[in-house]
Design a protein. Structure first.
Length: 244
């Protein structure tokens, strides 16, 4: 008698290297799949905030958050090669967006030029995924380092210094989530049969929170509105009690 064939068998398999065990089902890793609802929630909150606070220029972050959640959910549900490509591609969308906005803050380039920067940055790393997918995480780390370097340069060079409280909140959520991610991927804190809570699932929630905090940080930077008034916004002193 032939053994039952698991779903997704017609697509190239790419097993996830995380603690949660994979099931022979349409959703192979339930916990790591469902936890991507954090990105959907972040997308909803960003979208709502852009409507209520005149921040429609940052609405692409809502779409990026939604795409990130869907891409990651598909990968963990299917554990396929194409799912892995989509997972990292959507992550790269977010990194490219942050790099492009920081370039805008440094150069004051107009929207078409920043659009070129965004798509060029994304497409270069997206193309590399097909050549060296095994170092996709290294590519992501390089993008994060670039964002850090640009922000450090901006801290000393920008005429208008925004409040950094949301910036530090984003890094707090990201680093905590990354710590849990490491514990999970190294199987240091691991219960493979737990399909509800795991280090990687918590990473999804915390990374989504970090993305929302990044959005809130950018709402305090007038030059990102791409209008004449914002480009010439005068420097403003920090208020007492702000995180700088």
């Amino acid at each position: 008698m032939a053994l039952p064939t698991c779903p997704w068998h017609t697509l190239e398999h790419a097993p996830a290297q995380f603690c949660e065990e994979s099931l022979c089902a349409w959703v192979r890793q339930p916990g790591n799949t469902v936890s991507n609802l954090g990105f959907v929630l972040a997308a909803f909150l960003i979208f709502q905030h852009t409507r209520r606070h005149d921040a429609r220029h940052l609405r692409p972050l809502a779409y990026i958050s939604l795409a990130t959640g869907l891409g990651s959910a598909f990968f963990h549900a299917s554990e396929t090669w194409i799912g892995g490509i989509l997972d990292f591609a959507t992550i790269y969308l977010g990194a490219a967006y942050m790099v492009a906005l920081n370039i805008r803050r440094l150069t004051k380039w107009r929207k078409p030029a920043i659009g070129v920067v965004y798509w060029a940055f994304f497409l270069v790393f997206f193309g590399l995924l097909f050549l060296e997918r095994d170092v996709a995480r290294t590519f992501y780390a390089l993008q994060i380092v670039l964002c850090i370097v640009l922000e450090a340069v901006l801290f000393f060079r920008q005429a208008y210094r925004p409040s950094y409280r949301w910036f530090w909140a984003s890094w707090g959520a990201f680093l905590l989530g990354y710590g849990l991610w490491l514990l999970d991927v190294k199987h240091l804190v691991c219960d493979p049969t737990n399909h509800w809570v795991s280090g990687h699932a918590l990473w999804h929630w915390l990374d989504a929170l970090a993305l929302y905090c990044v959005y809130r940080f950018y709402t305090g930077i007038p030059v990102l509105r791409f209008d004449a008034a914002s480009a010439t916004a005068p420097a403003q002193p920090e208020r007492p009690g702000r995180w700088a």
